[in-house]
Design a binder for this molecule. Structure first.
Ligand code: NAP
Length: 315
C-alpha cells in the first residue's frame, strides 16, 4: 500500500547534502532524501565511530566522512542533527570549511540557544536557517530512522532577521519535499510553543514514571501489570533519549519554567476541585480537553483508532 510520500522530485533541491549526526533524525533525513531525490549526493558524519560503521553498512549515504569538517566541504546544504548541546562546538569545527553561499541548518528541538551558540562561528557568506522538524519517536540511533518520519508533520523554520529569503525558500522546499508542512516563526516564540506542546509533557512523563517507580505501597510488578490504565502511555515518552532531553531542558530553561509555573497553578486548581468534590469543574475541564484531542485528530496529527491504534492484545 502506498505510504503517501510519493516518488522522486524531477530535480534535486540541493547538489550535496552534509548530515552531521546520524541518529534517528539524521538517518531519517538521509532515507527520505534518497527516496525523494532531494539532493544529488549525501555525505554523512557522526562523532561515534560505531555509528559511522552502521551508516556505511546500511548505505544511508554516498560517503561517510570521518570528521564533520571533511563532510561539509563542497556541500550546498549542511544540516546539524546532533544533540542540542553539541551544536556550538560543531559550528566552530566546520566554519572554516563551509562553502560560500551554502545553507547551514539544524534540527534541534530548541531554537534560541542554538542560534546563540552557532551565530558567533558563522562566516558572513553562509546562510543560517535553523529548523525543527516536530516529528520523532522514543528511539535513537541510525537504525531507528525511516523515510516517512516527517510526512504530514510540521517543520518549523526560525530564520534570524535579515536572512536571505531565497535561502529560506530553498530550505522550505527541501522540507516540503520530505513530506513536511513548513511554518516560519521567531526562535523565542518557537521555544515557548514547544515548551508547552513537547517539553513540559516530556517532563511530566519523566516525573510520573519516576514517581511510580518510587512508590513503596505499590510494588514494581503491579505498576507494570496494570500499566494499561494510562501509565503505559507515559512510559513511551519517558523512554526518550536521555542526552537529547537533558539538553532540551538545559537550553530552554526560561520557557519551560514559565510553562511549568502555569502547569503547577492549574494542577493546584484541580487538586482543590477534587478536595471540594467539584464534579462540575472536573467534568467541564475533561470535556474541553477531549475537544482538543479531537482537533489534533482532525488535523491529521494523530490516529483516531482506540488505544493509539494498538491492535487488540498488543503490548
Ligand atoms: P540520536 O538518535 O541520539 O542521534 C544523535 C547522533 O549525533 C548520535 O549518533 C550522536 O553520537 C551524534 N553526535 C553527538 N555529538 C556529536 C558531534 N559533536 N558531532 C557529530 N555527531 C554527534 O538523536 P536524534 O533523536 O536524532 O536527535 C538529534 C537532534 O534532533 C537533537 O538536536 C534533537 O533535539 C533533535 N530532534 C529530535 C527529535 C526526536 O524525537 N528524537 C525530534 C525533533 C528534533 P553519540 O551517540 O556517540 O553521542
Amino acid at each position: 500500500m502506498p505510504d503517501g510520500l510519493g516518488g522522486p522530485l524531477s530535480e534535486p533541491v540541493f547538489q550535496r547534502l552534509a548530515l552531521i549526526g546520524m541518529g534517528l533524525i539524521g538517518s531519517s533525513l538521509a532515507l527520505v532524501c534518497r527516496r525523494k531525490g532531494l539532493a544529488r549526493e549525501i555525505i554523512a558524519s557522526d562523532i561515534s565511530p560505531a555509528v559511522r560503521v552502521t551508516v556505511a553498512k546500511l548505505a544511508l549515504a554516498d560517503q561517510v566522512a570521518e570528521t564533520a569538517a571533511a563532510a561539509v566541504a563542497g556541500a550546498d546544504l549542511v544540516i546539524l542533527c546532533a544533540p542540542v548541546g553539541a551544536m556550538g562546538t560543531i559550528a566552530q569545527e566546520i566554519s572554516p570549511y563551509l562553502e560560500p553561499g551554502a545553507i547551514l541548518s539544524d534540527v534541534g528541538s530548541v531554537k534560541a540557544s542554538i542560534v546563540k551558540a552557532i551565530t558567533p562561528h558563522l562566516p558572513a557568506s553562509v546562510h543560517f536557517v535553523p529548523a525543527h522538524p516536530v516529528a520523532g519517536t522514543e528511539q535513537s540511533g541510525p537504525e531507528a530512522g525511516f523515510s516517512t518520519l516527517f510526512l504530514n508533520r510540521w517543520s518549523i523554520l526560525t530564520p534570524p532577521e535579515g536572512t536571505d529569503p531565497k535561502a529560506v525558500a530553498r530550505l522550505a522546499a527541501f522540507w516540503t519535499g520530505a513530506g513536511a508542512n513548513v511554518e516560519i516563526m521567531q526562535a523565542a516564540h518557537h521555544d515557548l510553543v514547544l515548551a508547552i506542546t513537547s517539553h513540559v509533557p516530556h517532563l511530566i512523563a519523566y516525573n510520573i514514571v519516576g514517581t511510580a517507580a518510587d512508590v513503596e505501597e505499590v510494588t514494581r510488578s503491579e505498576v507494570i501489570k496494570f500499566s494499561a490504565g494510562g501509565f503505559r502511555d507515559f512510559t513511551r515518552i519517558a523512554a526518550s533519549d536521555p542526552t537529547m532531553w537533558r539538553d532540551v531542558f538545559l537550553n530552554n530553561k526560561e520557557a519551560v519554567l514559565e510553562m511549568l509555573g502555569r502547569f503547577n497553578e492549574d494542577l493546584s486548581a484541580l487538586q482543590r476541585m477534587i478536595r471540594n468534590g467539584d464534579g462540575d469543574g472536573l467534568f467541564e475541564l475533561f470535556t474541553r480537553t477531549r475537544a482538543i484531542r479531537r482537533g489534533i485528530i482532525e488535523q491529521g496529527q494523530e490516529t483516531a483508532a482506540p488505544d493509539f491504534g494498538r491492535r487488540a492484545g498488543e503490548t
